[in-house]
Design a protein around this ligand. Structure first.
Ligand SMILES: *Cc1c(COP(=O)(O)O)cnc(C)c1O
Length: 363
């Protein structure tokens, strides 16, 4: 069988080594004679796993001691509502930057829960004219005392990434669902970081929350207990039964990442992968990118065939060559190749080889 490279945006491919290990110990984890999903989340063996997972994530991201690390339910969207309910209280206001599909979806949820008038938005990108690089407004002239500013540094659907730090006077909340652990960041610049696991961490159903302890003093709205950060902290992310198998796989991915040399090392590979693909898109007239060079995502590379009538042939032949899940999101069209940490360089080389040959054959 030819190698299959899976470019799905999420749930995405997981590292082969992790999947092999999980398969090997599926029926007998930790010499217990059962699988990890069949034991109590409060057993000493599982608690040891969670402690190791947290220690590994702290070391991978260099998370300062005044931040809590939570393993929660509900994916990325669960956090769209959790941040509102935990931080906006009765009268709190928040500012949302909109740079693509997911940040707009976060606004819809925030307005639903907090009321339209408590959520201000600034659109920092016109996706249709995305040739212009993203510029942040001058926040210092805004006098509003927002509880937080929310943004999405990597827009998975649109293929837009914001690399520079946001300098603003309010705590910054970042939806890093699709770029967490893909590059080095300074956690201390954020009030809260969250990520659904299924892009760069593990299977769906789990989300990671990294929250600065003083954020927990903000007044909250009445909310369901399982999304309450304070309760999650108090109960070690086990107020109710956590998604144990997803947590276990996330722990294995963290361990694998450390074996790769950590985030700095994997970032270099991610840069190399993305450059290789964008170079092909730029060099070959057959393909185009709609995203400004400075904001091209390393994780989700969106591109179009100049002749969109060839889209289905492209996808069909790519699939036959073992290159799967390249269809762009239905709202954007074209193609999307997601190059998360688990995607090896060889996968991108195979894709670029295919794209060059396809272009020659259909020129
Ligand atoms: C996938 C994704 C989400 C939604 O995640 P769910 O787990 O499906 O709720 C939110 N934000 C970003 C940036 C994403 O990529």
């Amino acid at each position: 069988m030819t190698a299959i490279y899976n470019f799905c945006a999420g749930p995405a491919m997981l590292p082969k080594a992790v999947m092999h290990k999980a398969q090997k110990e599926l029926l007998n984890w930790n010499d217990m004679g059962t699988s990890v999903m069949e034991i109590s989340h409060r057993s000493k063996e599982f608690i040891a796993l969670t402690e190791q997972a947290e220690a590994d994530l702290r070391s991978l991201m260099d998370i300062p001691a005044n931040y809590h690390v939570l393993f929660m339910h509900g994916g990325g969207r669960g956090q769209f509502s959790a941040v509102v309910n935990n931080f906006l209280g009765d009268d709190g206001r928040a500012l949302y930057l909109v740079d693509g599909s997911w940040s707009s979806a976060a606004v819809v949820e925030a307005k639903k829960l907090a009321g339209d008038s408590n959520i201000d938005t600034i659109n920092i990108v016109e996706v249709s004219t995305g040739k212009n690089r993203i510029q942040f407004p001058d926040f210092s002239v805004i006098e509003e005392n927002y509880r937080y500013l929310h943004y999405c540094p990597n827009e998975t659907v649109d293929g837009i990434e914001v690399f520079e730090p946001l300098n603003c006077q309010w705590p910054v909340i970042a939806d890093m669902s699709s770029n967490i652990l893909s590059r080095e960041i300074d956690v201390s610049q954020f009030g809260l970081i969250y990520a659904g696991a299924q892009k760069n961490i593990g299977p769906s159903g789990l989300s990671i929350v990294i929250v600065r302890d003083d954020m927990l003093m903000l007044p909250s709205l009445p909310q369901s207990s399982i999304m309450d950060y304070k309760l999650a902290v108090k109960h070690g992310s086990m107020y109710n039964t956590p998604p144990t198998f997803a947590w276990y796989l996330a722990a294995e991915v963290f361990d694998w990442l450390q074996g790769m040399g950590g985030v700095a090392a994997v970032e270099q590979i991610n840069i190399e992968k993305a450059e290789l693909l964008y170079q092909c898109i730029d060099e070959v007239d057959f393909y185009t990118s709609a995203v400004a060079i400075e904001n091209r995502s390393r994780m989700n590379v969106t591109f179009q065939l100049v002749n969109a009538e060839l889209d289905s042939v492209f996808l069909e032949q790519a699939k036959n060559a073992g290159l799967v899940a390249l269809k762009g999101h239905r709202s954007v069209g074209g193609m999307r190749a997601s190059l998360y940490n688990a995607m090896p360089l060889e996968g991108v080389i195979a894709l670029v080889d295919f794209m060059r040959i396809f272009a020659e054959q259909h020129a």
